[in-house]
Write a protein that binds this ligand. Structure first.
Ligand code: XIL
Length: 373
């Protein structure tokens, strides 16, 4: 407790001493609808506010503020009420992936993702769908597929059309943006690299399946310039000219040792804006060195993390084409980092016991200041 309050004082000093970016008053949501910041249609009993202040979503007037959702935790508390109170957007962390949806040829299992979409509907949240094509999530039967190219092409296009139309028909208007292709420049396209013009075909198929949703390409390392950012730019620019893509996702899995500067991120957002594309921050987390994966080895890192959360959210809000800001989970109790990056963790705004961390207050601060303007 004592440590917590000392940290909070330090945080307030850090936050109050930093210069803020200017924030445009114009609506920043051209290709996606306005997020509904009003109280939820079916509120949790009691209040729209979590203890200690209004939920992030009630402050996010012109922004989708979202999180990846660990489907197995949905329905458990306090996971569920925190999700509903704080966020106006969600994406399934795993149950929307190909490996989950079409684990067996021709058998589509939508149940787990449908449960999340129903939850989003009840709580007046919007969703991202997908990823539709992501090499690491291609199910075994597809990877082992030995048919010809035309058959493989049909497996891909049938998947995209079936999944998107399931949601546009059954839950119209909830999934407002689809992650059509993830990590083509970094993880490749797996078995689908045999499909001629695979990425363009995926986007063309998605556009035809539902012309009313935003389509985006997602990757990591595209948050700055050069390297992957250049490859992504070269991939999406021709697609944009053909009217097939609306936005680029910046995964943003950052850590103390590799987090880009805000000016580099802003420049990357603006260079995509210059060719008419929106940017979504799709999977932000900020890992700290952590032996147990949930508490930081050095508690002072929580302040560095808080400042970064605040600044990244502010950078997004100060850049007109940045429309969605999503973290990859919200509690350190459900985060992919400790499993995938040994010795790291504590990357999210709520701790393992769902206490708000300094990072949470960093986001709250950024949103309140923008809302006050
Ligand atoms: C991760 C999930 O968080 C894990 O639970 C799963 O085991 C593997 O995938 N980039 C992405 C996400 O685009 O889909 C990944 O999600 C994390 C890295």
């Amino acid at each position: 407790m004592v440590r917590g309050s000392v940290q909070m004082k330090k945080l307030l000093v850090v936050l109050s001493g930093l210069v803020l970016f200017g924030c445009s008053e114009q609506s920043r949501l051209s290709s996606t609808p306005t997020p509904n910041a009003a109280p939820r249609a079916t509120p949790n009993p009691g209040s729209n506010q979590t203890p200690g202040g209004p939920g992030l979503r009630s402050l996010a007037k012109h922004l989708y503020i979202g999180t990846g959702v660990a489907a197995p935790a949905l329905g458990t508390e306090p996971y569920t009420s925190t999700l509903a109170n704080e966020y106006n957007m969600a994406i399934a962390e795993n149950v929307g992936k190909m490996r989950a949806v079409e684990a067996r040829e021709g058998v589509f299992d939508f149940e787990a993702q449908d449960a999340l979409v129903r939850f989003a509907t009840v709580h007046n949240m919007k969703m991202q769908g997908g990823p539709l094509i992501w090499a690491p999530a291609i199910p075994d039967w597809m990877n082992e597929y030995r048919g010809n190219t035309a058959e493989l092409t049909s497996i891909m296009t049938t998947y995209i059309t079936t999944v998107m139309q399931h949601y546009s028909t059954k839950f119209p208007g909830v999934i407002i943006a689809w992650e059509v292709v993830n990590e083509a420049t970094t993880s490749g396209l797996g078995v689908f690299s045999a499909v001629p013009n695979c990425v363009e075909l995926a986007f063309r198929t998605a556009r035809a399946a539902d012309p009313n949703v935003a389509l985006f390409y997602n990757d990591y390392g595209d948050e700055t310039s050069g390297g992957t950012a250049t490859k992504v730019h070269n991939l999406v620019a021709p697609l944009k000219q053909k009217g097939l893509v609306d936005a680029v996702g910046f995964q943003s899995h950052f850590a103390t040792h590799n987090a880009p500067t805000m000016s580099a991120i802003k420049a990357a957002m603006e260079s995509l804006g210059a060719i008419g594309l929106d940017v979504y921050v799709t999977e932000f987390d900020f890992s700290l060195p952590s032996a147990n994966g949930t508490t930081p080895d050095n508690p002072d890192d929580l302040l560095t993390q808080a400042t970064y959360y605040r600044d990244y959210l502010e950078t997004c809000m100060a850049t007109p084409n940045c429309k969605q800001f999503i973290t990859w989970g919200f509690t350190d109790a459900h985060s992919w980092i400790p499993k995938f990056r040994k010795g790291s963790g504590a990357a999210l705004p709520f701790d393992v016991n769902y206490n708000k961390k300094p990072a949470y207050y960093g986001m709250q601060d950024a949103l309140s200041r923008a809302a006050a303007r």
